[in-house]
Ligand binder design. Sequence first.
Ligand SMILES: Cc1ncc(COP(=O)(O)O)c(C=O)c1O
Length: 485
Amino acid sequence: MTEPAPPPYSLPLFSALQRLAESKDYPFYAPGHKRGRGIAPELLQAWGADVFRYDLPELPEFDNLFCPSGAIAEAQALAAQVWGADQTWFLVNGSTVGLQAAILAVCGEGDKLLLSRNSHSSALAGAILAGAEPIFLAPEVDPEWDLAGSFTPETLAEALKAHPDAKAVLALCPNYQGVGGDLKKIAELTHAQGLPLIADGAHGAHLGFHPGFPPGALQQGADVVVQSAHKTLGALSQAALLHLQGFRVSPQRLSQALQLLQSTSPNALLLASLDGARSQLQRDGAALMERTLKLAQSARRALNAIPGLKCLQIPEPRPGFHSLDPSRLTVDVSAWGLTGFEIDDLLRQQFQVTAELPTLRQLTFILSLGNCEGDIAALTQAFKSLAPSAKTAPLILPNLTLPLTKFALTPRQAIWAPREQAVRAQAPGRINTRLLCPYPPGIPILVPGEVITAEAIDYLETILDAGGAVNGLDSQGLDVWEVVA
Ligand SMILES: Cc1ncc(COP(=O)(O)O)c(C=O)c1O
């Protein structure tokens, strides 16, 4: 006998957890705080007792993330229905683990993976785990904004011709600033070659639920899509989704890869928050997105009216800049004679306005269903207050086009290869061993296996001089380089 379908806005996983949290038992299982009784008193006082009652392990009524057959299976099936996937997996280590699993599912040792040069470090980590050979595709760059968009279908077509043995393609949809490429064409080209398309949709979990937003990556034909539900929806940090559609990627391989990479003690609060985010989107998504859109429009209008500021727009699709998520606000501040990092400090210290991503020229703000009119008023007022301190001379900044260097070894060969040190002057021409990336946005400037160039070192120096942070560097900074011996 088939089970009756659950009501459309049910919360199977959250409800299972709630029932467990409200039930009494004698806990001889982990976590060791035993429903909060053993938690440090400072935490209990600050966070309250409730949160700890929900911090439960995979008890039978909650289900098992790696072998779901109950509440998790039900919640994942509802998510698949809402996002339009054939199958959806809940993730407890962000899009990071989703991208790694997706790459492990399609690439083995020495296999070629075609991916955008502005891919996130987690995609490169996936290539390291798989032993894959990354083939970088150059994204289109807007020189005025010094901003990388997507690679074009033409760039992909050339790469597919040059690498007929490639195993998969990975594209961003959208990028950190909300810029999307022609993913539909990219998917068609990839599929015509018999390959799967993985989309890094870390920033796009909310797309496709309102006509004022661009379509999501699944709607444009990607086979595997990874989304950080925690970035733009009401899910807790690290809670993310991996969606699959079609026949090109094996669901068993994805499940197996996730089992290799994720904790065997997944956090129940994170998983239940994905159930909540899905149900909220299903019930109120259109209205919440409409509200977000209106807030973003009013912020854009107000900021564009402040002398010297301009917000990123894509009025007409052009190569590599096909669409823009309207809830991503990227503001160019370089005409004010200060860097994005400097303005970021001022906004936070003087006005408690905190951006998502400062770069040399710009600040990117994420607007989401959690923002309100007061936030927009504070943001625009802060910029208005800062306007008089703008310098008269605009900042002259180097354009930081990401270097498209060659790999001498695969990232996995290089990251574990015997190393030696080289002083900065002797580093160019040597093989890099580290994943060096300004964070945020987490796009590596140098990947293990790439040949170090003076240009790449200068790029990192520019970021450090401007106050940015570079993950992967140690206390010796750029003076001493770890290179393949
Ligand atoms: C483009 C992109 N992909 C993937 C990730 C990783 O996402 P998460 O933080 O959910 O692991 C990020 C994080 O910022 C990102 O910007």
